[in-house]
Design a protein. Structure first.
Length: 169
């Protein structure tokens, strides 16, 4: 008998969530980024990019289990970062978070784009959800069965390995 996990919930982040978010970010990025990048540089870079107004804490059963940072542009919802507690990875949390984000964007008539470091194992999650090569752009509703053609777009970010390439759906 399979026991279903409680659904996730989001709460807005505040400045006091920075340490929690930094801990998850730094532990996750140890293997996904350049190993020679000094910890001080990682922390400084994270501090620059982290914006409590764009961050939501992912919760389940009253406990914080991850976080995501999104930014809205005129035509897209950009998922800048998504991190899940290590003990809960590969258990559907990221999928549930992304499906909720895709649903939000679809209701707003927006596409969803995201950045991901090319060595991040979560790329498989994003591909499974319909995200594709950065040279292509699909509308937010394109996750429905193959009814929506691909349109060309330009969503590539950076190239130095520190800024993630962008995938879009």
């Amino acid at each position: 008998m399979r026991i279903e996990a409680a659904p996730i919930a989001f709460r807005p982040a505040s400045a006091r969530d920075f340490d929690y978010c930094a801990k998850l970010y730094l532990s996750s990025m140890e293997t996904a980024t350049r190993p020679h990048l000094e910890m001080a540089a990682r922390v400084a870079g994270f501090r620059e990019r982290w914006d409590a107004q764009q961050v939501r804490i992912v919760r389940r059963d009253g406990a914080d289990i991850g976080w995501l940072q999104t930014a809205t542009t005129a035509d897209a919802l950009f998922v800048a970062q998504l991190f899940v507690e290590p003990a809960l990875r590969r258990q559907g949390v990221g999928t549930e978070v992304m499906r909720r984000i895709i649903g939000e964007a679809a209701r707003a008539g927006q596409a969803v784009t995201l950045g991901v470091v090319k060595t991040n194992p979560a790329i498989r999650l994003y591909e499974r959800l319909g995200f594709n090569d950065p040279k292509h752009h699909l509308g937010a509703d394109a996750l429905t069965p193959k009814a929506h053609p691909r349109r060309e777009g330009s969503n590539v970010v950076g190239g130095d390995g520190l800024e993630p390439p962008t995938l879009s759906v």
